[in-house]
Unconditional design. Structure first.
Lengths: 365, 151
């Protein structure tokens, strides 16, 4: 018997999935119906226990191609049903085996819709998966742990040293001969950002989050991307300082956490959302074109537009709660989005953002 | 073990229910979740007083009652019922509690209740697993857990 116990004392019992043992973190839910492998390996989930609202996971197995980073990044996984007989021509192992192979604990057999309702009404909170304790014991341990918002997870997931993107081992690097140099500040990037830039003729170099602005500029970038990533952006003053030093010198694109860092660089503050935006069908309105985009999202914090200064304007808003989803500058080559134009998982409707970024680079060059 | 049979309880089951209740109180004391010792007469009176808003259900093996479920209106909240399931030690871990709970929940739905509440003793993870599976939210409290199940 495996338990999931939340900080408020809510308890669920289920079956062990993956490595067994204990896992704790901020419990968050995603409403995406597919893409569990991309979600598991998304660095933005560092420090979190992921709940898949959709009731079936693992049905198309695990393959070599659909990873978004070097390893599983979630602390734990909660599903209703984990399929142990996957069917897909690319499948190489089961979800259970994948989690077990990387020492990640999970739980199946939980009514994830009931759990989602709980998190939606009470807000995200810390939780633990455990196979070795009673609910009482797990709750006592959980309440002694530091809260999610106190840790800088970016430093845990960032690249150890700069690297050029040549694709994953054994897989194609991308189409076309590289024309432009793009540097990606890795605060928890997903590989699909690198793939999509490479596909658009960019030579891509990823650098650690602590790289100085001078060192980034020494790579002679035609454009800079501030990547997505985990945790509270209010803890990342060092990254905000780097962003501030780079804005206005080359075209920049901020995605998710990168968007929040850009907003902070222009004076805005961030705040924690009650239960975050995580899923593959979030509607976002582009205020400039009037168009609505269906977007992939994964963030627990948002920008407060009130403090924005320096000519930056809100370009997009979330249609469910009105939060800021994009920034632009009328006269500077600057663009940012709170959602994930790289999808993985989710709709590819918004890869046009990368086209716009490359166009911005071409116009400045 | 002989095949268990299940039915909605009548006054004829009162003595069997009272005996199961007494055995559980002997074993668990205040942690039993029962309001106190009940005679067969108390049980019969309770069943007669439900008038369609509550019921008891029993499981019998070899003609003897080995467990029961009770569903009664929650006096503090309109549309809410309180449910409990009690089994002799020999009847546990056999799926009997689950069957009795499902019968009581079916009754609650048909009686128009919107949700059901109850308590689980500490350490009864099998019961927690059952309620988790059917969508209940259980809360750790001193000495056990309380659950609430929307219907």
């Amino acid at each position: 018997m495996t338990l999931l116990v939340l900080e408020d004392g809510t308890a669920f019992a289920g079956k062990a999935l993956g490595a067994g043992g204990e896992a704790h973190g901020e419990v968050v839910f995603s409403t995406a119906m597919t893409g569990y492998q991309e979600m598991l390996t998304d660095p933005s989930y560092a420090g979190q226990v992921l709940v898949l609202t959709y009731p079936l996971a693992g049905n198309y197995g695990i393959n070599r191609e659909d990873v978004e980073s070097k390893r599983i990044q979630v602390r734990g996984l909660v599903v209703h049903e984990a399929c142990d007989l996957p069917s897909h021509w690319r499948a190489e192992m089961t979800l259970h085996d994948y989690l077990a192979s990387q020492g990640v604990a999970g739980i199946s057999g939980v009514d994830t819709r009931a759990l989602t309702r709980r998190l939606r009404s009470a807000g995200v909170m810390m939780g633990t998966i455990t196979s070795d304790e009673t609910a009482d014991e797990a709750l006592a341990r959980l309440r002694s742990l530091p809260p999610y918002g106190e840790s800088d997870y970016v430093r845990e997931v960032t690249a150890e040293k700069p690297y050029d993107w040549d694709g994953e081992p054994g897989l194609p690097a991308g189409r076309g001969k590289p024309q432009r140099q793009v540097v990606v500040m890795d605060t928890g990037l997903k590989y699909n950002i690198l793939r999509l830039l490479r596909d658009r003729g960019c030579r891509v170099t990823a650098v650690p989050c602590t790289t100085s602005a001078e060192d980034i500029l020494s790579l002679k970038p035609d454009g800079i991307v501030f990547s997505p990533g985990p945790g509270d952006p209010a803890l990342l003053d060092y990254a905000v300082a780097t962003v501030k030093s780079l804005v206005g010198r080359v075209p920049v694109l901020g995605i998710c956490l990168g968007h929040q860092l850009l907003g902070r660089a222009f004076g805005a503050k961030t705040f924690k959302l009650k239960f975050g935006h995580r899923g593959a069908n979030h509607p976002v309105k582009d205020l400039l074109s009037g168009r609505v985009h269906i977007t992939a999202q994964n963030h627990g914090y948002a920008l407060d537009a009130d403090g924005l200064s320096g000519g930056v304007e809100v370009s997009q808003v979330h249609l469910n709660d009105g939060t800021v989803e994009g920034l632009w500058h009328p006269s500077e080559p600057l663009l940012s989005i709170q959602y994930h134009s790289e999808a993985s998982p989710g709709p590819l409707d918004n890869v046009y953002v990368f086209d716009r970024f490359v166009q911005m680079i071409e116009e400045v060059a | 073990m002989p095949e268990p049979t299940y039915r909605q309880a009548t006054a004829d089951d009162a003595a069997g229910i009272a005996a199961v209740g007494a055995a559980v109180i002997d074993e668990l004391g205040e942690g039993s979740g029962l309001p106190g010792a009940m005679t067969a007469g108390d049980v019969a009176e309770r069943i007669a007083g439900y008038s369609g808003k509550g019921a008891m259900f029993v499981c019998a093996v070899d003609g003897g009652v080995c467990g029961f479920a009770a569903l009664e209106p929650e006096p503090q909240e309109e549309g809410c019922a309180v449910m409990g399931v009690w089994l002799l030690p020999s009847a546990r871990r056999k799926g009997i509690g689950r069957e009795l709970a499902l019968m009581a929940l079916e009754f609650a739905r048909n009686a128009g209740y919107a949700k059901v509440r109850g308590t689980l003793p500490a350490g009864n993870e099998a019961a927690l697993a059952f309620f988790s599976e059917i969508g209940a939210l259980a809360q750790v409290v001193a000495g056990g857990m309380q659950y609430e199940l929307p219907l």
